[in-house]
Ligand binder design. Structure first.
Ligand SMILES: *[C@@H]1O[C@H](CO)[C@@H](O)[C@H](O)[C@H]1NC(C)=O
Ligand SMILES: *[C@@H]1O[C@H](CO)[C@@H](O)[C@H](O)[C@H]1NC(C)=O
Ligand SMILES: *[C@@H]1O[C@H](CO)[C@@H](O)[C@H](O)[C@H]1NC(C)=O
Ligand SMILES: *[C@@H]1O[C@H](CO)[C@@H](O)[C@H](O)[C@H]1NC(C)=O
Ligand SMILES: *[C@@H]1O[C@H](CO)[C@@H](O)[C@H](O)[C@H]1NC(C)=O
Ligand SMILES: *[C@@H]1O[C@H](CO)[C@@H](O)[C@H](O)[C@H]1NC(C)=O
Ligand SMILES: *[C@@H]1O[C@H](CO)[C@@H](O)[C@H](O)[C@H]1NC(C)=O
Ligand SMILES: *[C@@H]1O[C@H](CO)[C@@H](O)[C@H](O)[C@H]1NC(C)=O
Ligand SMILES: *[C@@H]1O[C@H](CO)[C@@H](O)[C@H](O)[C@H]1NC(C)=O
Ligand SMILES: *[C@@H]1O[C@H](CO)[C@@H](O)[C@H](O)[C@H]1NC(C)=O
Ligand SMILES: CC(=O)N[C@H]1CO[C@H](CO)[C@@H](O)[C@@H]1O
Length: 859
């Protein structure tokens, strides 16, 4: 029953409600029909992001095609505190109207609701639509505090509200942005906020917003929308890849995911994303499109706050700036080769490349038709200095366009200039050997030459032998009869310029001339040689000293016939030999030989006196041995000095005299006028123009004059006997003769004494001994004892000396002195001209004495 009653009551109630509703609907319909004002309907409300709220609404279609005005209110919290109110005008033809509203407070902080009404000019505004709400994030877990915005990119200069949602039991008193405490705005009982105006751009670490309760903080970034890039240009270096570059006014301040993104949009092609790493010189590239000449490129810059773009339209042939890929230098001594390598698709373009050399500022251009493969531009640099550092760079261009970039500068050093001054020393005994000597002059003082390359080419056999030599001299023992020799230094770049010398076949001893040095050195002069076509070589060498002889040489132009050699090269008291060679096509031929001392000194050697000279009662024939031609003498031996001293006690100082032997070849001297049976001291010394050397002393006693004694006794006796005989026979006749008649006998005896002396003197030869004495030790030389002694000549006042055939020329001259001897001046004086012209004919004839006197080279 009760249930039936209840259900009946319910039915009644529902019926009443339905009636009221119908009535109400009728009244409304009447009102609206009378006003023709309907309420807009919010069909959608959504948060686009943390700040933007998008609402969509509809209005029942109105036939009038004019703008309609709506009033919209935004309410916050459940209290619907109106935070914004606006009038918007929309065209009536649009079915759905949209509005985006931006909030200062993040939408997450609190509930936001909107409502709308239609405002008509003719009638009162429509009633408000119902509120439509988008909810905040206030549903917190226990004790949780939330801060908004968080991890957002904010716009520089904008005003932003930061909120804090906290549980009711928590008490938030202060909020900070950065390091600044801001005034707290109470939004609702559980939401507090601060309002930050005109926020500053941050660095890439952002800015924090926090409260005083614990360490929780929200982290945000502030930046600005990209600006339009400027100076946007594109170009290509190789017609394969186009590079575009641009400039920006203000450097972006965020990195990573929040950085700006650049995109190249190329007409008729896909977009190219650019990974811009260098923000100072941003650039981006794309591939050249085959056959496309005109390019429309747009650079699009975006970040979360906005975007900007710039467009550049270009004809690619105007934007080709070729850059050589590689620059290679092959350095020489005076010239170098520079190669520019250009790679690209330049077919159909006329290219020009250029190099620039410093120092010198030399520029060279080369043009070529472009191709689609690697191209080489070879430039030859000339007239460079050896061992000099240069820098080179290159660039290229398409004809009509500007130049492309320079390549980086490339430094190179030209090769050193190495010149070789080559000379040789020829010895014909015992076998022919040739020693090559050379000096190296390099433009690079630090250059060390490790090896030389020497080649011998034999003229008669056309054989060619080459070898590597590590010293600056080499001895060639093979038969080098008429051969051409070439020596080059082995340097980094290969071989230096060669030095040539020809080894002649004939070898003639020229005549020797003595010369004198002075304080300036040696002033050599020689007769001109008409056959000399190239130049003269003067070589010199020390004689008579321990090895090495240290052969030196000097080139003299063919038009000169003199050479001054500085005193610094020479030592006093040493014999120097100078040989002058004339050069012709057949090599260097000996022309003249000169010997001399830079400065003579007193001799150091003493002559050896023979211990048993021929002695008479009034003379001593001194004989000695001395090699006056020994090259180890400290000067030319010009004479000998003999000092004779009477040793007897009775003798005064006056019985002391000096005799000079002015022929250095002479090795004996008759000292006469001595007292009989007396002891004499003889001192003998050799002399040079600088004075006399040490003396050899010997004591000899003159013999007793037995003949004279006998004569002295016998003559008066014979006379007396004779007289007696005469007297006896004429005793009758002369009886009565006066006694005085016999007085002459006494006188005559004395005269006879003097006459006998003269006579005995005449018996002996008082002449200077022949030079044969010099030949004492020669075994196989023709006896020349009958010849007149050869005395001093006009220009060569000494005897020539030779090496006998049997004696090998030795390096150890000083030990072999006894093998040297003199020859007569008759042989010496053979005209040298004749010797040279008839060399082969006379070779055997003269070989006995014209053999060369060779000082050996220390090898
Ligand atoms: C109908 O219109 C009148 C006046 O125009 C107004 O007072 C009344 O409230 C309206 N009724 C309804 C239900 O809106
Ligand atoms: C209508 O509104 C649009 C903008 O929504 C405005 O551009 C236009 O001028 C308005 N027309 C009139 C007649 O007010
Ligand atoms: C919108 O228009 C109405 C009527 O003209 C006016 O009363 C109101 O103040 C306006 N609101 C705003 C925000 O301008
Ligand atoms: C921005 O920087 C200026 C100058 O440094 C400063 O005065 C201002 O307070 C800053 N603004 C904010 C919101 O920190
Ligand atoms: C270049 O491209 C941009 C965008 O792609 C376009 O707006 C513009 O009209 C083009 N200009 C020409 C000259 O093709
Ligand atoms: C591009 O430039 C070259 C040289 O300036 C010109 O010869 C050519 O006609 C141009 N092409 C176009 C499509 O403008
Ligand atoms: C480039 O080619 C043209 C025709 O093919 C020719 O006349 C011209 O001499 C060439 N130029 C060079 C630098 O080779
Ligand atoms: C000189 O040459 C001959 C023959 O050519 C040879 O037998 C001899 O050994 C050589 N002498 C020297 C010292 O080389
Ligand atoms: C040098 O060569 C010439 C001819 O070429 C020859 O007559 C002579 O005998 C040779 N001398 C030596 C030492 O070989
Ligand atoms: C001494 O003189 C004689 C005759 O003049 C000569 O035969 C002899 O060789 C001489 N002796 C010396 C040692 O000179
Ligand atoms: C990474 C970077 O450049 N950050 C800059 C962002 O902008 C601020 C203000 O303009 C600069 O201080 C930062 O250095």
């Amino acid at each position: 029953m009760l249930r039936e009653l209840t259900s009946t009551t319910m039915i009644l109630h529902w019926t009443k409600m339905l009636t009221v509703f119908i009535l109400f609907e009728n009244v409304k319909g009447w009102n609206s029909s009378s006003d023709t004002v309907t309420v807009p309907d919010i069909i959608n409300l959504q948060a686009l992001d943390m700040w933007r709220l998008e609402m969509e609404w509809m209005m029942n279609q109105n036939e009038e095609e004019r703008n309609q005005t709506y009033e919209i209110q935004v309410g916050r919290t459940t209290n619907m505190d109106i935070v914004d109110s606006m009038n918007v005008s929309k065209r009536s033809l649009e079915a759905v109207h949209t509005l985006v509203w931006t909030s200062q407070l993040p939408l997450n902080c609190v509930d936001h609701s909107v409502r709308i009404r239609f405002i008509s000019e003719a009638s009162p505004p429509s009633s408000w639509s119902s509120w439509k709400t988008i909810y905040g994030e206030m549903n917190l877990a226990h004790n949780q505090i939330r801060l908004f915005p968080d991890e957002q990119v904010l716009r520089e200069g904008s005003t932003v509200m930061f909120c804090c949602i906290f549980p009711t039991e928590t008490h938030i008193t202060s909020l900070f942005f950065g390091k600044t405490l801001y005034e707290v705005i109470n939004i609702s009982p559980r939401v507090k906020a601060i309002r930050v105006e005109n926020i500053n751009a941050t660095n890439s670490f952002g800015v924090i917003f926090y409260h005083d309760r614990n360490s929780e903080a929200a982290h945000n970034f502030v930046t600005f929308p990209p600006e339009k890039p400027f100076d946007f240009r594109c170009e290509t270096e190789d017609m394969r890849l186009v590079y575009c570059s641009w400039k920006i006014q203000r450097a972006p301040n965020l990195t990573g995911d929040r950085r700006r993104k650049y995109t190249l949009l190329i007409s008729d092609s896909k977009a190219v994303g650019c990974d811009v790493e260098n923000t100072d010189h941003p650039s981006c590239g794309f591939d050249v499109i085959q056959q496309q000449i005109t390019y429309n490129t747009t650079l699009l810059v975006t970040n979360s706050l906005g975007q900007a773009s710039e467009t550049y339209i270009f004809n690619i042939t105007d934007r080709v700036f070729p850059v050589p890929e590689h620059l290679e230098v092959t350095a020489g001594v005076f010239d170098s080769l520079v190669i520019l390598q250009l790679d690209g698709c330049f077919k159909g373009l006329l290219l020009i490349c250029q190099i620039e050399l410093e120092p010198g500022g030399i520029k060279q251009d080369l043009d070529k038709n472009g191709s689609d493969s690697m191209q080489y531009y070879a430039f030859k640099l000339q007239h460079l200095k050896p061992s000099t550092q240069y820098s080179i760079r290159g660039r290229c261009a398409v004809q009509g366009n500007d130049w492309g970039r320079w390549t980086t500068q490339r430094l190179f050093i030209t090769e050193p200039l190495v010149t070789i001054d080559l000379w040789r020393q020829i010895r014909d005994h015992p076998n022919r050997t040739v020693t090559l000597l050379w000096k190296t002059v390099s433009s690079d003082s630090e250059l060390y030459i490790e090896a030389y390359n020497g080649c011998v080419s034999y003229r008669n056999t056309e054989r060619n032998v080459c070898m590597t030599i590590t010293q600056t001299q080499v001895e060639l023992t093979r038969d080098l009869n008429m051969s051409d020799i070439t020596v080059r230094a082995v340097i980094q770049s290969g071989l230096s310029e060669p030095a040539h010398i020809t080894i002649p076949s004939a070898y003639i001893m020229p005549r020797e001339k003595r010369i004198m040095g002075n304080e300036k050195g040696f002033q050599l002069t020689w007769t001109r040689d008409s056959t000399t076509t190239c130049d003269y070589i003067v070589e010199w060498c020390m004689l008579g000293v321990a090895l090495p002889c240290n052969l030196q040489w000097r080139k003299v132009p063919a038009n000169q016939s003199s050479l001054n050699l500085n005193a610094g090269y020479f030592k006093a008291g040493v014999l120097y030999e100078f040989e002058i060679y004339g050069c012709s096509a057949d090599g260097h031929r000996r022309h003249e030989k000169q010997i001399g001392y830079f400065k003579e000194q007193k001799p150091t050697q003493r002559p050896t006196l023979y211990s048993s000279p021929n002695i008479t009662w009034s003379s001593v024939n001194l004989k000695w041995s001395f090699n006056e031609k020994d090259p180890s003498h400290t000067g030319f031996i010009t004479r000998y000095v003999i000092m004779v001293q009477d040793d007897s006690e009775a003798a005064s100082n006056l019985s002391y005299f000096i005799q000079s032997v002015d022929d250095p070849c002479s090795k004996s001297w008759m000292v006469s006028g001595l007292e009989e049976d007396r002891s004499y001291t003889f001192q003998l010394a050799a002399c040079t123009s600088a004075g006399c050397g040490p003396e050899t002393t010997a004591v000899f006693r003159t013999r007793k004059n037995f003949y004279l004694l006998m004569v002295k006794v016998l003559v008066p006796l014979v006379v007396l006997v004779g007289c007696c005989v005469c007297l006896w026979s004429y005793r009758n006749l002369i009886r009565g003769f006066p006694e005085e008649a016999f007085g002459f006998l006494h006188v005559k005896a004395l005269d006879l004494d003097e006459d006998l002396y003269e006579a005995s003197e005449k018996i002996h030869t008082l002449m200077i001994e022949d030079c044969k004495w010099c030949d004492v030790e020669i075994l196989d030389v023709r006896p020349i004892t009958t010849e007149k002694p050869w005395l001093t000549g006009a220009e060569d006042q000494s005897c020539s000396f030779i090496t006998p055939e049997v004696t090998p020329p030795s390096c150890h001259l000083t030990t072999d002195l006894t093998n040297f001897t003199y020859v007569s001046c008759v042989q010496q004086d053979l005209p040298s001209e004749e010797l040279q012209t008839e060399a082969t004919k006379q070779e055997s004839e003269i070989s006995g004495f014209s053999s060369d006197y060779v000082t050996s080279v220390g090898t």
